[in-house]
Design a protein around this ligand. Structure first.
Ligand SMILES: [Zn+2]
Length: 130
């Protein structure tokens, strides 16, 4: 299946796999271990190894992720995600607005949250010892 891509999509696809950037560590023991994107076309989860993109850390408190996810079904999706050190994150929606998601503890301090098509996996070190 051939896919028509924009220049930005082509450039992002030529970056290394996003999995090389994880786990992403923040202060206070908060770590993002993985980022999953659900495909709009087939509803399957596109794993990190199938995503490419860039992560910039302009400050220790935020990671700005620009990711392209390329699914087996031929669908290509670009996602802008900002991860913050207070365990919130924002996803840029189609209208150019940042939608905020907050983490929730689910099981054995493994954290997972889903906003729109984005699902993040976290872990948090318990206690304040460094
Ligand atoms: Zn798909």
């Amino acid at each position: 299946m051939s896919v028509v891509m924009t220049d930005e999509q082509r450039a992002l696809l030529n970056t290394p796999a996003l999995s090389g950037h994880f786990p992403l560590h923040f202060k206070y023991g908060y770590t993002v271990t993985a980022l999953d994107v659900t495909c709009d076309g087939c509803n399957k989860i596109i794993p990190l190894a199938r995503m490419h993109g860039r992560i910039s850390r302009s400050s220790p408190f935020v990671a700005d992720v620009r990711a392209i996810a390329y699914c087996d079904c031929g669908k290509v999706a670009i996602q802008r995600i900002r991860l913050w050190d207070d365990m919130t994150f924002s996803v840029l929606n189609g209208d150019g607005e940042w939608q905020v998601g907050r983490t929730a503890i689910t099981w054995k301090s493994r954290l997972r949250i889903k906003v729109r098509k984005i699902s993040l996996r976290f872990k948090q070190r318990l206690g304040l010892a460094s």
